[in-house]
Write a protein that binds this ligand. Structure first.
Ligand code: HEM
Length: 119
């Protein structure tokens, strides 16, 4: 057993290791294919997850649809820095407290009408 959780939070490899910062992966060589040992969401080696491609495609589809069809905002005057990203550890890590967001339906057709004639 290796501690992938601790490796993904090792300050030797990650800036502000405890901070929830998805942008840290922009322009970065880090990938999830099992060769970067500081980041192993799907494990590594012979017993690496065989469903990683399926899992990523499914997640991308879900997130893309949520972003395409809704505008997302924080409730009230809450600031992004105030989001509680604390986790609890079990077989998998999950949020300690629920995430509350306001989803406003977004009609993607209106976007294309706005853009008509521009490109
Ligand atoms: C985002 C989604 C997923 C994550 C984060 C994930 C993560 C993992 C991890 C960490 C392992 C252990 C790897 C190791 O021991 O080194 C694993 C194993 C495994 N995963 Fe996934 N997985 C995901 C999706 C899937 C899907 C969609 C399938 C099947 C359709 C799948 C099937 C399996 C199987 C069969 C194993 C056991 C492989 C073995 O022990 O040889 N996983 N997964």
């Amino acid at each position: 057993m290796i501690n992938a959780w601790a490796m993904a939070r090792n300050p030797k490899y990650w800036d502000n290791a405890e901070e929830f910062k998805p942008t840290r992966f922009e322009n970065s060589m880090a990938d999830y294919k099992g060769t970067e040992f500081c980041y192993l969401p799907f494990g590594s080696g012979r017993r690496m997850c065989p469903g990683s491609v399926f899992g990523m495609a499914t997640l991308e589809l879900i997130v893309a649809r949520l972003l395409c069809y809704f505008n997302w905002s924080l409730p009230g005057k809450m600031l992004p820095e105030e989001l509680d990203m604390d986790t609890i550890v079990g077989a998998t890590a999950k949020r300690r407290n629920q995430l509350h967001l306001v989803a406003t339906p977004y009609d993607v057709r209106m976007k294309f009408e706005d853009c008509s004639g521009t490109e």
